[in-house]
Design a protein around this ligand. Structure first.
Ligand SMILES: C[S@@+](CC[C@H](N)C(=O)[O-])C[C@H]1O[C@@H](n2cnc3c(N)ncnc32)[C@H](O)[C@@H]1O
Length: 374
């Protein structure tokens, strides 16, 4: 195996959800997935890098760890950075941005280190430096070891390229897919989100059930790298045709604008035929005909939209509807406040760790299948 087809690939995950991303990577057949802090490592080559960007629903960025060397001081960093085979990965006509972080190292000035590495790339390879370049070289200097990674994704992978319309507090697609997975969703049961906003949970669930690859409609930074092969990539990406799932996916929201947005987003994602969105308050929610499945919802949180007090009534009403009408269904509620979750009166399993989302810590509270209402 050459160095080009066997290196470490780091899949970034929201801290707290590494195990879910690791399970997804294993399921998709990536080699030796291992959970780490804030991500998962796999071994592979460039085809694996492209496929990870294309197929992983829970990953935020895919970093290709292309090399490492020791550097005890800036002059040594400069010398070794100049010898690094940048031309194997970067193109001299494509702008690059360099980011450095330093921990427990004699080189502690990350700006000075970034400047040395940037200058080495510019002078040895000829590639221009640009602050907002799509191609970002990320260098971690830890214990005097410089590890060079290329962020092969570019824009964060939660941007699937279908959601033009977003609501007040949208859930990130990557996070939504990992929460669905933690709730045991495998793509074969119906999903209901009674406060669906822009429709993130419903669309993610529907896409997974239909076998649609999350990155099918967007571009990636790796398309700008020296080793990119457009013909191989086109074959890998495929036609993106949906397989009709055996069940449907349901979203509702009391806000007419949100429902319209969710429908538009679903149409752009190619899942309109098996998603149903309607304008409806949570108090009018009833289970759809057919088998029981998963209710997953991200109700408003006080810290983000409005005040907290009226929310206790809303969570209470949601809990009552679910307990009385959704026997046999499982429930997942994503919220910032344990007392709000408790106000639902639902029999939650012990919660997992809080996860950072948009500057807030959110927790998934989930139940087993609900029993019959007393
Ligand atoms: C935090 S947002 C959900 C965001 C959504 N997960 C997304 O990704 O866009 C909460 C949603 O709950 C809706 N909502 C608030 N009270 C409601 C109620 N009583 N019945 C139905 N929907 C309600 C709001 O209109 C808002 O769209």
């Amino acid at each position: 195996m050459t160095k080009q087809d066997d290196f470490e690939i780091f899949l970034m995950a929201p801290p707290g959800l590494e195990a879910e991303l690791c399970a997804e990577a294993r399921e998709l057949g990536f080699r030796t997935p291992r959970p780490m802090q804030a991500g998962v490592t796999i071994q592979g080559g460039w085809a694996d890098v492209w496929r990870a960007n294309l197929e992983l629903r829970g990953c935020g960025h895919v970093l290709a760890r292309v090399g490492s060397f020791r550097a005890m001081h800036l002059a040594q960093l400069d010398k070794r950075a100049r010898k690094f085979p940048w031309g194997e990965f970067l193109r001299k006509d494509v702008p690059v941005h360099v980011e450095v972080s330093c921990t427990r190292s004699r080189i502690y000035h990350s700006q000075a280190a970034a400047q040395r590495i940037g200058r080495a790339i510019q002078e040895e390879l000829g590639a221009p430096l640009k602050d907002d370049a799509e191609v970002v070289v990320k260098v971690r200097i830890a214990d005097d070891l410089c590890t060079i990674s290329i962020d092969t994704s570019g824009e964060s992978l939660h941007k699937r390229g279908h959601k033009e319309a977003i609501g007040k507090a949208p859930m990130r697609e990557t996070l939504a897919s990992l929460f669905l997975r933690r709730c045991g969703f495998t793509g074969v049961e119906p999903v209901v989100d009674p406060m669906c906003g822009s429709g993130t949970f419903v669309i993610e669930a529907a896409e997974r059930a239909a076998g649609l690859k999350p990155g099918r409609s967007r571009r990636f930074a790796f398309e700008q790298l020296a080793n990119f092969d457009a013909a191989v990539w086109e074959r890998m990406r495929g036609g993106g045709n949906a397989v009709l799932p055996p069940v449907k996916f349901f979203g509702s929201d009391r806000d007419a604008g949100a429902v319209r947005m969710a429908r538009e987003n679903a149409a752009r994602a190619g899942v309109a035929d098996f998603t149903v969105f309607r304008q409806q308050a949570v108090s009018d929610l009833v289970p759809p005909d057919g088998p029981a499945g998963l209710v997953i919802v991200n109700p408003p949180y006080g810290t983000r939209i409005g005040d907290k007090k009226p929310l206790f009534a809303l969570y209470g009403a949601l809990g009552q509807v679910l307990r009385q009408r959704f026997s046999g269904w499982r429930v997942g509620i994503v919220t910032t406040e344990a007392p709000l979750a408790k106000a639902t009166g639902l029999p939650f399993l012990p919660p997992g760790p809080p996860v950072l989302h948009g500057g807030l810590k959110v927790t998934l509270f989930r139940t087993d299948r609900l029993g019959d209402a007393p």
